[in-house]
Every structure is written in structure tokens, then in C-alpha cells.
Write a protein that binds this ligand. Structure first.
Ligand code: NAD
Length: 484
């Protein structure tokens, strides 16, 4: 097994230092390629979260970060971005061994993108301003945009790097201080980024990283009386708990980026080869552990048979294996829990009467590898068509009319993303307007830009990451009036 970097950072990062947890507890992080323990990481519990929040509060109330000109914050953020790029191979390897992600993807997409996110929000840091109002009263009326305060960030394990920076970068630009909990399955890169943040000159206490479990460190963040806002990405079930804890503590605002069960709709006029490629990438990218994955594929009856034949012809050549190997397209699922969950959904699909067209088995003797899996004869109310499986499992079904396609696509409690494959602009426009989802991809998948807000409708959550919308999550508006 090649390329395993030495793990240098295993402790909590609080107030600019790597420290042991108060309890002395640690937890194991596991390499999903081998099922072997990579290392032990200090485990934050409520006491550690309290200490981290105190450091963040002190940095917010008395430290330089919220007070320095935006342009100065920007310089430090840009320096951090450069340091990340200089360490790209090491961090990419950390995400690969911790999460089973393709090394080449981490190196060429996720980590360069993280640096870009930092630079994008660095560019916004000196453009935060309020408004002046013209009024008939004898008043000078204006607004100030102020950082919201100490922010709690909680992120999942499927994109440890991108999630880290979509949370941290806009809140830093806004002038906030923060406590971030990475997912317990993938703590390694977050600690490395904390080390680079210190090197870049982010003042002590501004960024605190507390690896640990959701029910302990995570819950301590969401219920903390001295955290001013929480930005959460994870499952819908946990999102509900986050909102409840925020409501029952200090009524802190929350933003929730939650689960999905996104459809892709292929119309009769589509180029079927391209549609098949899109649908496969849409469900197999990052081994299906993607909140926006095209897990439900609806194909119009005129091209259905051709689509079904070609999807099998192509998936046969899909390469599952060690994510360091550049030929490999799909690595192992991130954890044993996720691996077992996906296999049990596959069994469920068979039992509830869907036809297993391809795959469905684990791959190899060691590691959490699963074959790309395709079900046909899927009814919309089946569990595999309703639950977020979060794995390489496609459900494929047929439709006749546009109205039927829209109805099927919207038949979900989620509303994160949707795909449309057609050359017909009228169809694309009609379907786009009729689907209740936060992002629509017409003839493409996974197309993002830093400037474009991203988030959910329905039970996929609320609030937006990316774009200036995300910056505004971390600001609050103060109105000022003075007689003239
Ligand atoms: P999860 O909800 O189990 O965990 C996410 C994070 O929340 C982890 O850091 C976890 O430790 C923490 N957590 C768990 N219980 C908590 C609690 N009671 N209080 C506070 N924090 C708690 O989700 P997951 O399994 O890690 O991630 C997969 C889910 O994330 C999927 O549903 C996926 O769709 C979703 N996701 C959404 C987006 C998006 O942008 N909408 C992006 C990526 C992943």
C-alpha cells in the first residue's frame, strides 16, 4: 500500500495550539481500503468544546480578527490558500486514506477548489458594507454589517476538504471566530488545515478544530449558549436534532445542508451515450457518497431500452479499487457503517421486488468496496427509491410524458438537486421551473462555482453555502439612526 503519509497532527486545535483532550480520550480513524486503524485522534467532548468556545469568544471580543480591515483578513486567507497548494500531495493523501476518495480527484479538484474558495471569500472580505437610507424624517439612517460572532461548524465525511472551506472561508471573511467539528470518520485533513492556518497568520482562537463524535462534541456545539450561529452539513435526521438543540438553547440561527435523493430525467431527444455517461458519473462519483448524487434515473420510453443496454455495457468497464491507482474510478466506501448500510439497502431492493440489473456485491476480501449497482423495475414508493442510500446504487425507471417525469422527480421529501438531459429548450425550461430543488443541472452534473449559491429545498435543508449568500449567513445587520 503506497503513499501513506506520516500523520503529524492528531490532537485538538484550540487557541492556536495542538492539545490533548481534557478526558485524555482518543478514537481510531480507519483506512477504508484496508479496514486497518491509521491512527488515534484526540477526542473532544463537551469540556473541550467549552474551552474552544471560550478561546473563540475571547478572539471575537478582544482579538484583532473582527477588527482588522477586510483587506488584512484577505491577505492572510490568500496566504493560507498558497500554503494549501504547496502541501497538496500530502493533504490529498490524507483525504484518500481517511475517506477512500480518489487521490487524483482530491489533488486536481477538491484541494485546488478549497484554495479557490478561500481566495473567492478573501476577495469579498473588504467589500462588506451596509446601506444609507434617504428619509423624509430628519434622520441620518444607515446600516452596519457586523460579523455574527462565534460560529459552530459541523461537517460530514464525504468531502472533508470542500466542506471545511465552504464553512470556514465565508465566516472568516465576515470577521467571525469559530469552532469546527470534522466528521469522526475523516478528521485528518481538518487538523492539517488548522496547522497551515496558524502558519498563514490566522490569530490564535479564531479557528478551533475539535474532532469528536456527533452525540458528544457535536451536540455540545449545537446546544452551546455562547455560540452565536451554527452551520451544519450532514443528514436530515441530524439536521432535525441540530435545529432542536439550537431552539432549546440560545435560539441561535442555523443553516442546514442536508440529504438528497436527486433525479436525473433523460428525454427522448437526448444523446443516449452522453446521458448514460452523465447518469453513471452522477451516481458513481465519489462512490455515490454525494449529497447531490443522481440516485434516481428516469428515462423516457422512446430511448429507455437503448439506455438500459448501454448503461450495462459501460458500467461493466467501471474500475473499482485502490483510490491511489490512477486507473481506478471508484474507491472504497468511507466506513464499515456506510458499507453495511448500502449492502442492506441492496438486499432490501431485491426483497421489495426491484430487478437487480447489475452489481450488488462487495468487491474483494478486504476494504469497503462495493460494485456499481443498478436496479430496474423500481416503483416510486419502494424504499430504495425514497431513502438516501449514499452509495453507488442507481434506480432506473421509465416514464411517458413530461408531466409524469415531473411528478416522479418531485416524489421525494428531498429537494437538493436534479438533472435534465434534453436538447429541447422548452422542455428544459418547463422542467427546471417545475422541480422543487436547489440546483438544476441541464446536460451536466456536479457543475459548481464559488459565486453560485448552493443548498436545499424541502427536507434537504435551508440556508446556502457558496456565493455571497453564504457570506451573509455570517453577518448581521445593525440599523443606526441619528437626528440631523
Ligand atoms: P451525519 O448527520 O451523521 O453527520 C454529520 C456531522 O454531524 C458529523 O460531523 C457528525 O459527527 C455530526 N453529528 C452527528 N450527530 C450529531 C448531533 N446529534 N449533534 C450535532 N452533530 C452531530 O451525516 P453523515 O453520515 O456524516 O453525512 C452524510 C449525510 O450528509 C448525507 O445525508 C448527505 O446527503 C449529507 N450531506 C449533505 C450535503 C449538502 O451540502 N447538502 C453535503 C454533504 C453531505
Amino acid at each position: 500500500m503506497k503513499n501513506i503519509p506520516t500523520i503529524k497532527f492528531k490532537k485538538l486545535f484550540i487557541n492556536g495550539e495542538f492539545v490533548d483532550s481534557v478526558s485524555g480520550k482518543t478514537f481510531e480513524t480507519v483506512d477504508p481500503r484496508t479496514e486497518e486503524v491509521i491512527t488515534e485522534i484526540a477526542e473532544a467532548t463537551k469540556e473541550d468544546v467549552d474551552i474552544a468556545v471560550k478561546a473563540a469568544r475571547q478572539a471575537f471580543d478582544n482579538g484583532p480578527w473582527p477588527r482588522m480591515p477586510g483587506a488584512e483578513r484577505a491577505k492572510i486567507m490568500v496566504k493560507w490558500a498558497t500554503l494549501i497548494e504547496r502541501n497538496i500531495e500530502e493533504v490529498a493523501a490524507l483525504d484518500t486514506i481517511d475517506g477512500g476518495k480518489l487521490y487524483s480527484w482530491c489533488k486536481t479538484v477538491d484541494i485546488p477548489e478549497a484554495a479557490n474558495i478561500l481566495r473567492y471569500y478573501a476577495g469579498a472580505a473588504d467589500k462588506i458594507h451596509g446601506e444609507v437610507f434617504k428619509t423624509s424624517r430628519n434622520l441620518h439612517l444607515y446600516t452596519l454589517m457586523e460579523p455574527i460572532g462565534v460560529v459552530g461548524h459541523i461537517i460530514p465525511w464525504n468531502f472533508p476538504t470542500i466542506m471545511f472551506f465552504t464553512k470556514v472561508a465565508p465566516s472568516l471573511a465576515a470577521g467571525c471566530t469559530m469552532v469546527l467539528k470534522p466528521a469522526e470518520q475523516t478528521p485528518l485533513s481538518a487538523l492539517f488545515y488548522a496547522h497551515l492556518a496558524k502558519q498563514a497568520g490566522i490569530p490564535d482562537g479564531v479557528l478551533n478544530v475539535v474532532p469528536g463524535f456527533g452525540s458528544n462534541a457535536g451536540a455540545a456545539i449545537t446546544s452551546h449558549m455562547d455560540i452565536d450561529a451554527v452551520s451544519f452539513t450532514g443528514s436530515t435526521e441530524t439536521g432535525r436534532r441540530v435545529m432542536q438543540a439550537a431552539a432549546l438553547s440560545n435560539l441561535k440561527p442555523v443553516s442546514l445542508e442536508l440529504g438528497g435523493k436527486s433525479p436525473i430525467i433523460v428525454f427522448d431527444d437526448a444523446d443516449v451515450d452522453k446521458a448514460v455517461d452523465l447518469a453513471l458519473f452522477g451516481i458513481l462519483h465519489n462512490k455515490g457518497e454525494v449529497c447531490v448524487a443522481f440516485s434516481r434515473v428516469f428515462v423516457q420510453e422512446g430511448v429507455y431500452d437503448e439506455f438500459e443496454k448501454k448503461v450495462v455495457e459501460k458500467v461493466i468497464n467501471w474500475v473499482v479499487g485502490d483510490p491511489f491507482d490512477p486507473k481506478v474510478q471508484q474507491g472504497p466506501q468511507t466506513s464499515k457503517v456506510q458499507f453495511d448500510k448500502i449492502l442492506s439497502y441492496i438486499e432490501h431492493g431485491k426483497n421489495e421486488g426491484a430487478t437487480l440489473l447489475y452489481g450488488g456485491r462487495k468487491v474483494g476480501k478486504k476494504g469497503y468496496y462495493i460494485e456499481p449497482t443498478i436496479f430496474t423495475n423500481v416503483k416510486d414508493d419502494m424504499l430504495i427509491a425514497q431513502d438516501e442510500i449514499f452509495g453507488p446504487v442507481m434506480t432506473l425507471s421509465k416514464f411517458k410524458t413530461i408531466d409524469e417525469a415531473i411528478k416522479k422527480a418531485n416524489n421525494t421529501k428531498y429537494g437538493l438537486a436534479a438533472g435534465i438531459v434534453t436538447q429541447n429548450l422548452d422542455i428544459a425550461n418547463t422542467v427546471t421551473r417545475s422541480i422543487r430543488a436547489g440546483i438544476i443541472w441541464i446536460n451536466c452534473y456536479f457543475a459548481f462555482d464559488n459565486d453560485c449559491p448552493f443548498g436545499g429545498y424541502k427536507m434537504s435543508g435551508f440556508g446556502r453555502d457558496y456565493g455571497l449568500e453564504a457570506l451573509h449567513k455570517y453577518l448581521q445587520v445593525k440599523s443606526v439612526a441619528t437626528p440631523i
